[in-house]
Write a new protein. Structure first.
Lengths: 122, 367
């Protein structure tokens, strides 16, 4: 039996995290949740996930710092999808410059997220 | 015992002022003690409240996720969803629980779109939460009304438009602001129709908030601003001028020019800025013909407007003002002159002895 593909989700909205966990686990992924950037980095280092989902604005360590840590400290090529809010266009550009793979603007459709994840993990 | 006795004896033998000081110290210490007890009680009460809130929040979050993923395509509402609706309905009678349910729905509604967002909307109707929000509109307390309108905005309830619009001239600014945001958030530029009826002032902050909402819409088709330019409410006219400027309403040119004769100086000054941005050149000759009767603020605004649309025909007019006593007018006149005819500027730059004039010329030559 093949091992489940792991996804780390860094998101401080507990309800959104639970919703995505429910949805993505139904699709056959193992979701590891962090409610701040610091915890996300710990999970990434420990589990070496196949994909990272991160919100930009988070307590302690922001999404940008998570991307930077993954790309430049851990030297990982893991795809990273960034969640942004309206009006954060400049920060999204910074995220791409740091090495983000894709972004979704909130509010977003979980179904669309699943499609993007499947495409990236194909 | 002896100490206590001697203290009371000391008090009895003390002058009244000392007795008063001791009395005040006692009252002060007592009030500190009572405050400490009260704060400790308040802290434990708030912590307790927070803990209960957290427990209910977790419960409702779980209910919501189960609701969202237990639907099926055959039925509008699955039996499992109906169970959750009934559970939530039971809790709605308690305002504390109701507020947590509303917050839980909003917590997710602001983050997701598509089918799940529609399901949350459906749940808001099916549980009857919408009726509580509508009933808030009839409250005698203004803050309850404002909260009701805000909730209806957050849940995008367009159906209550006719009830919300009745608050248009509510005595409290907070209520009016929520009403305006409701209309613009839900009906975009069409929502601005409330400006036709607005009699109360539209503050600068209200205007900024409305513009901020409007710029989020993809369809940037502004409705006819002409009636608002003619409004008897001066703040509506100023807002219409902002709309004309931001959304380049050149088609309202005639109505904008008419406003040059408006009785409110603030409007006339704002208008000059807009006319300059829209490059309505014909306005220049109208103002020039009446220039001496304008206030100094207007004159400065007019020169700034001229900087935006320089023409060689302006030269004789500008030459009249290059030695004006007002620094800003002098600066603008010289700047304009340099822009439209540098040789005339070079001739006149030596004709001034006023230190400000010399400083301005030096500045313009190096910039």
């Amino acid at each position: 039996m093949s091992e489940l593909q792991k996804i780390v989700l860094a998101e401080d909205n507990s309800l959104l995290s639970s919703l995505l966990k429910f949805r993505l686990e139904k699709e056959g992924y193992k979701l590891l949740i962090a409610d701040n950037g610091k915890k996300a980095i710990e999970l990434i280092e420990e589990h070496k996930p196949e994909l990272i989902l991160t919100d930009i604005m988070m307590p302690f360590i922001s999404g940008l710092e998570v991307i930077s840590h993954v790309r430049y400290k851990l030297n990982m090529l893991t795809p990273i999808i960034v969640f942004s809010a309206a009006g954060q266009e400049e920060i999204v550009l910074k995220a791409f410059n740091l090495g983000a793979t894709d972004f979704m603007s909130k509010p977003f459709s979980p179904n669309e997220l699943v499609i993007r994840i499947k495409r990236l993990l194909r | 015992m002896n100490n206590e006795q001697s203290f009371f004896e000391y008090l009895q033998n003390s002058p009244p002022i000392i007795e008063l000081v001791w009395l005040m110290i006692s009252i002060f210490l007592l009030s500190i003690f009572i405050s400490i007890i009260y704060l400790k009680y308040l802290r434990s009460h708030l912590r307790n409240n927070e803990r209960i809130r957290g427990t209910y929040q977790m419960k409702y979050e779980l209910n919501l996720i189960t609701y969202l993923y237990s639907g099926n395509e055959d039925q509008e509402i699955s039996p499992q969803q109906q169970i959750i609706i009934n559970k939530l309905k039971k809790d709605l009678s308690d305002p504390f629980k109701r507020s947590i349910i509303v917050l839980t729905l909003l917590k997710l509604k602001n983050e997701i779109s598509g089918e799940l967002d529609e399901s949350i909307q459906k749940l808001y109707f099916q549980t009857g939460l919408i009726n509580f929000a509508i009933s808030k509109l009839r409250s005698k307390k203004w803050y309850v009304v404002a909260k009701g309108v805000r909730e209806l905005t957050q849940f995008h309830i367009k159906e209550v438009h006719d009830e919300v619009i009745t608050l248009i001239n509510h005595p409290k600014n907070e209520v009016r602001k929520e009403m305006q945001l409701y209309l613009v958030n839900l009906f975009s530029f069409k929502g601005l129709d409330f400006l036709d009826l607005l009699q109360t002032p539209l503050s600068e902050w209200d205007q900024i908030q409305l513009l901020e909402v409007l710029q989020r819409f993809d369809d940037q088709q502004v409705f006819d601003i002409k009636p608002w330019l003619k409004s008897s409410n001066d703040t509506v006219v100023i807002f219409a001028l902002k709309l004309a400027d931001i959304y380049i309403q050149f088609q309202a040119k005639e109505d904008l020019i008419e406003l040059l004769a408006h009785k409110n100086e603030k409007i006339r000054i704002e208008l000059l800025n807009v006319l300059g941005n829209l490059n309505i050149i014909v306005a220049k000759s109208i103002v020039m013909s009446n220039f001496s009767e304008c206030s100094q603020e207007e004159q400065i605004a007019f020169f700034k407007m001229m900087e935006k649309m320089p023409e060689s025909d302006d030269e004789p007019f500008l030459l009249e003002y290059i030695h004006h006593e007002n620094f800003e007018i002098k600066l603008s006149a010289l700047k304009n002159l340099k822009m439209i005819n540098s040789s005339t500027f070079n001739i006149h730059k030596h004709l001034g002895t006023d230190p400000d004039f010399i400083r301005i010329v030096e500045f313009l030559e190096h910039n």
